[in-house]
Design a protein around this ligand. Structure first.
Ligand SMILES: [Zn+2]
Length: 269
């Protein structure tokens, strides 16, 4: 499929890569900014010495995900396997998306990073978090025509004031040059917070809760979509979004998240 360049197509709702600043100028501005606003830990807000964005003891607890992984859902394997290897859960019930990848295993520190983003609106972490996601999803980004964030329901968006998935998708779009549509997907109904639900409950909770907006169908049709979210837990939300995108004619849907629960997907018995 022929990819359009930023110059060929850039309607208002589609973000395209802006020209980068000159590196020297950028570095200078950054060092001046550090004098005025010293680097603060992305979690505790304390001043961090040196270039790190976290205290060393917190860095040490981050678990970056890398091969060997399930070729479909991205669950880490404990032993080396073929790159095409698929986990038991994906064999038993292939997910609605093509491939899912995440930068970090969901744990104490990565959870706090997500919470800082979600509830404190720590936008200063976005460049770094997006660079981790881009490393984890290099192939997915190369294949993607369009980045689409998982939407929040209107009422939740109003209450929180922002959607962290949109922020992550915009940061990824800026660094990769892949186009972004922030509103291709809509949440058709408010769904209860998923935290306390079982895998099956989560699936029922989000079933049919997403649709592609009529005005955005042309953007999605026959395209490879990269769905963006902060966390992948059971994958129920990613699957519901993928189904909506496929129903609207998307050729393929992959998923990139900042963190994922590292265990294998659960399969209903
Ligand atoms: Zn799998």
């Amino acid at each position: 499929m022929e990819k359009k360049t930023a110059e060929q197509s850039s309607p208002d709702h589609v973000a395209v890569r802006r020209p980068l600043q000159k590196p020297g100028l950028h570095r200078h501005a950054e060092s001046v900014a550090r004098l005025v606003w010293p680097q603060r830990s992305l979690i505790t807000g304390r001043e961090v010495p040196g270039p790190g964005a976290l205290e060393p003891e917190l860095w040490a607890k981050l678990q970056f995900l890398s091969a060997p992984l399930c070729a479909r859902c991205g669950a880490p394997f404990e032993i080396a396997v073929d790159v095409e290897q698929v986990c038991g859960a994906c064999l038993a019930r292939p997910p609605a998306y093509g491939r899912a990848r995440a930068a970090l295993a969901y744990g104490e520190v990565s959870r706090d990073l997500v919470l800082a983003l979600k509830y404190q609106g720590r936008r200063d972490s976005l460049g770094l978090l997006a660079s981790w996601m881009a490393s984890a999803g290099t192939e997915l980004l190369q294949d993607a025509d369009l980045l689409v964030p998982v939407p929040l329901h209107y009422f939740r968006l109003i209450r929180r004031g922002f959607n962290q998935a949109v922020w992550l998708a915009a940061a990824l779009s800026r660094s990769s040059g892949v186009k972004l549509s922030v509103d291709a997907l809509a949440r058709t109904r408010a769904t209860p917070i998923q935290g306390a639900l079982s895998a099956d409950g989560r699936r029922r909770n989000v079933q049919g809760a997403f649709r592609v907006r009529k005005s955005r169908r042309g953007l999605v049709k026959d395209r490879t979509i990269l769905l963006v979210d902060d966390v992948l837990t059971t994958g129920a939300t990613a699957e519901a979004c993928s189904r909506a995108l496929r129903q609207a004619g998307a050729a393929c849907v992959d998923v990139i998240t900042l963190t994922r629960v590292a265990g294998p997907r659960t399969v209903p018995i």
